[in-house]
Write a protein that binds this ligand. Structure first.
Ligand code: ARG
Length: 458
């Protein structure tokens, strides 16, 4: 019989017992549950609600249960419904009446909210560490290749040449924002619901501040109804995971493209590639694809929780039991994706000659030729048209802008002089982009220093 079965004469069927149980999911929260119960018992004793001896017996009993769970010596029983009941039943079996006093002034409603917040905080910290490791790997690649030029794209069409280091650093900024989102999710979780009891608070003289401090919470949630029914912190965590996974899927999409024969910009290490069961020559970027694919599930976790929360009346509703599976999955998936991406980026080799060869194609100097004319006084829109004609001429001849003669240039505008030829040079085009955040070598060096400085404080 369940611990709450006093008013029942019949028990639920085996099917509904299983259907209603959250134990398979929330047993992952055993350490948080035990920490919360220990803090609650200590506070009950400090407030004179239970004796000091009872609190000591509870704390020692809970420590033994933790040990048993960690050594695989604890038999979970689905009839206990959830981790809270599992631990409490085992405690009562171990220490008797003292254990049966633990739940004084407490409900599973404030208990589960406490456990979940502690869990969310810890996961945010883990994810922030994994985020930093990936940023470090991107920065190492940027630093190792300071002068490599590749085509920059818009619409996946060649646009203007950029530094490979610039491209790598773009991802570090996305990830730096992800770090902030995870920190914000951790702050959202960092408030204690414990002492709110079922929904309305309790008649026992609980010291909520004391349990909050013992558990490392920054503050106490001021409204008991809100405390037991708020899952915003899990939405924040799921959103942070979704955005970060989305960023990883963009990085991985580029890695998939770049490791194709058509691009050939990078080669993944064997450790981050797989072969084909039929085609002996294949080297597939499976792990990059998998990260891209897993993003869908993480976003699904966020949407599922949003829909679960929609229209829930105050305060606790059993629907809330559905909150943990997706959030746990989102955090685990993002963590694994971050670890995998860091290893992949760290070990991939760059093929500068292929990047450069592509940067030579597609008239990447066109904007600079237009700027050349505009700087000599031609309105930019007119200059744009003149260069458009030159590109058309190249298309007709099947050549590049740098194959045109000075006479070809001058036939379109007499503002062109001999120095136009040097302004078509890839190095010069890149180096000239000196604005803050631009791809010029000096600007990228500054950006790199900035990215490292942010990383060192995260
Ligand atoms: N297993 C439940 C959950 O995950 C714990 C809270 C149950 N509370 C209740 N009144 N049934 O939400």
């Amino acid at each position: 019989m369940a611990l709450w079965s006093g008013r029942f004469t019949e028990s639920v069927s085996e099917f509904t017992q299983r259907f209603g149980a959250s134990l398979p999911v929330d047993k992952a929260l055993y350490a948080q549950d035990i920490a919360g119960s220990t803090a609650h018992a200590r506070m009950l004793a400090a407030q004179g609600v239970i004796s000091q001896d009872d609190a000591d017996a509870i704390a020692a009993g809970l420590a033994r249960i933790k040990e048993r769970i960690e050594t695989g010596d604890f038999a979970f029983d689905i009839n206990d419904e959830d981790i809270h009941m599992s631990v409490e039943r085992a405690l009562i079996a171990d220490i008797g009446d003292a254990g049966a006093r633990l739940h004084t002034g407490r409900s599973r409603n404030d208990q589960v909210a406490t456990d979940t917040r502690l869990f969310a905080k810890a996961r945010c910290t883990d994810l922030m560490e994994a985020n930093v490791a990936l940023r470090r790997a991107l920065i190492v690649q940027a630093e190792a290749h300071p002068d490599i030029i590749m085509p920059g794209y818009t619409h996946l069409q060649h646009a203007q040449p950029v530094l490979f280091a610039h491209h790598m650093l773009a991802y570090t900024w996305m990830l730096a924002r992800d770090f902030e989102r995870l920190a914000a999710a951790r702050r959202a979780a960092d408030a204690s619901p414990l002492g709110s009891a079922a929904l309305a608070g309790t008649t026992y003289p609980l010291d909520r501040q004391m349990t909050a401090e013992a558990l490392g919470f920054a503050r106490v949630i001021p409204n008991s109804l809100d405390a037991v029914s708020d899952r915003d912190f899990l939405l924040d965590l799921s959103y942070a995971c979704s955005v970060s996974c989305m960023h990883l899927s963009r990085l991985c999409e580029e890695i998939v493209l770049w490791s194709s024969a058509e691009f050939g910009f990078v080669e993944l290490s064997d450790a981050f590639s797989t072969g084909s069961s039929i085609m002996p020559q294949k080297k597939n970027p499976d792990f990059a694809e998998l990260i891209r694919g897993k993003t869908g599930r993480v976003v699904g976790d966020l949407v599922a929780l949003l829909v679960t929360m929609k229209a829930l009346p105050l305060a606790y509703n059993k629907d809330l039991q559905e909150d943990k599976e997706g959030a746990i999955d989102a955090a685990k998936t993002l963590e694994e994706c971050l670890v995998c991406a860091a290893g992949m980026v760290e070990t991939m080799s760059i093929k500068p000659e292929n990047m450069r060869a592509q940067a030579k194609k597609g008239y990447l100097a066109a904007t600079d030729v237009a700027d050349y004319l505009a700087k000599k006084g031609m309105p930019f829109r007119r200059a744009h048209e003149v260069v458009g004609h030159l590109v058309l001429l190249c298309e007709q001849r099947g050549c590049d802008l740098e194959d045109l003669t000075l006479a070809d240039f001058q036939a379109e505008s007499d503002l062109f002089e001999a120095d136009i030829v040097s302004s078509l040079d890839l190095e010069a085009i890149v180096a000239a982009r000196t604005t803050i955040g631009g791809t010029g070598n000096a600007a990228v060096a500054e950006q790199l220093a900035q990215a490292k400085a942010v990383l060192s404080t995260d």
